[in-house]
Design a protein around this ligand. Structure first.
Ligand SMILES: Nc1ncnc2c1ncn2[C@@H]1O[C@H](COP(=O)(O)OP(=O)(O)O)[C@@H](O)[C@H]1O
Ligand SMILES: [Mg+2]
Length: 226
């Protein structure tokens, strides 16, 4: 049981004065002084022109990238400042990432792709088996269990990617232009599934997108400008 003041990861995401500067031949200021609070269970779209920093913000929240400065409190843990080890655990246990190009492993079948994050989290074989089948059913892709990613459609691949993201039951789901590679019909279906699931389970969902269908369904749109 959690006591008050204990590390409560089920809480809001509070971003304060975030900067990310990519240094190289020339320095690129990708995020400049971004502050925002996302409530637990909120469904948010990040919208803004290409290059405005949407992916960079998602990657900082997901613990994939370290910001140059600023704070990202998830519950009472500042993931901008935690140790590398804690960041790995945070990513593994609290974050699900969904990308435009699905990011599946082509040499693994669909069952194995969904099982992988649970194997990494050292779940038992029984638990993994049960959870993979539950996710296959929820996402309507049971019949592809033994298929390999190159042999199923884009819409089906994105459903698998959602199952991978939900596998360890993370509180935070981050989706980076998840419908960018899908036709309208597939994209609307996949988004309905994703939004219904996250709403039902009261997860926090942040989607970087220009997709009008998504913008119509979220609780709030956060506009990023450069
Ligand atoms: N790895 C990187 N190295 C250098 N510059 C980058 C890198 N990733 C993104 N950028 C730059 O940072 C800015 C924001 O990029 P990004 O977060 O991808 O925006 P968006 O997702 O809104 O298109 C852009 O100017 C982009 O060129
Ligand atoms: Mg992007």
């Amino acid at each position: 049981m959690k006591r008050p003041g204990e590390n409560n990861m089920d809480n809001e995401i509070k971003i304060d004065s975030l900067y990310k500067i990519y240094s190289g031949h020339v320095d690129t200021v990708a995020i400049e002084n971004f502050s925002q609070t996302f409530e637990k269970g909120e469904i948010i779209a990040l919208s803004g022109p290409s290059g405005s920093g949407k992916s960079t913000i998602l990657n900082c929240i997901g613990g994939v990238l370290r910001p140059t400065s600023g704070d990202i409190f998830v519950g009472n843990k500042n993931i901008a400042k935690v140790s590398d080890n804690d960041l790995v655990l945070y990513r593994r246990d609290h974050v699900g990432l969904i990308y435009q190009d699905f990011n599946l492993i082509n040499e693994f079948n669909i069952f194995e792709n969904i099982a992988l994050p649970m194997l990494i989290a050292k779940k038992s074989k029984n638990e993994i088996d049960e959870r993979v089948h539950e996710l296959l059913t929820i996402l309507g892709i049971e019949r592809y269990e033994k298929s390999f990613p190159p042999y199923i459609s884009g819409g089906e691949r994105q459903r698998v990617a959602i199952a991978v993201a939900l596998a360890n039951n993370p509180q935070i789901i981050l989706a980076d232009e998840p419908t960018g590679n899908l036709d309208k019909k597939n994209s609307d279906n996949v988004i309905n599934l994703l939004i219904n699931q996250t709403r039902q389970l009261q997860k926090t969902l942040i989607i970087a997108t220009h997709d009008e269908f998504i913008l119509d369904q979220v609780d709030r749109i956060v506009k990023i400008s450069n």
